[in-house]
Design a protein around this ligand. Structure first.
Ligand code: SF4
Ligand code: SF4
Length: 85
C-alpha cells in the first residue's frame, strides 16, 4: 500500500494556512463535520508551521493529489510516497 507523506520546509513555511484550506480532503471534512482537527484533517498549521496528519486507523488520509503543493506560495511542500505493508 502506498502512503503519501508531506514534508514541509520549516525554514520557509510562513504558516499562511493556504495549504490547509486548499486541500480537497480537508474541504470535505469541513463540509461533513464543520471543523478541522488532528482527528479528521490531513494537513494543518500549528505554531506557524504546516504539518501533515496521518493515522493508519482512519479511512481518510492524504491521497497525494498535490493541490496543497500547487497552492503553497512558498513552495515549501514536498510529497514522499512510502510503501507500507
Ligand atoms: S501554504 Fe505553504 S507557506 Fe502556507 S502554511 Fe502551507 S506550507 Fe506553509
Ligand atoms: S496532497 Fe492533496 S490530499 Fe494531500 S494534503 Fe495536499 S491537498 Fe491534501
Amino acid at each position: 500500500m502506498q502512503v503519501y507523506k508531506l514534508k514541509v520546509n520549516r525554514n520557509i513555511c510562513t504558516g499562511c494556512n493556504i495549504c490547509v484550506v486548499s486541500c480537497p480532503i480537508n474541504f470535505d471534512q469541513l463540509k461533513t463535520k464543520s471543523f478541522l482537527s488532528e482527528k479528521n484533517a490531513v494537513i494543518l498549521v500549528k505554531n506557524g508551521i504546516a504539518f501533515d496528519v496521518y493515522d493508519e486507523n482512519r479511512k481518510v488520509n492524504c491521497d497525494g493529489c498535490g493541490v496543497c503543493i500547487q497552492n503553497c506560495p512558498q513552495s515549501a511542500i514536498l510529497l514522499e510516497i512510502i510503501e507500507v505493508k
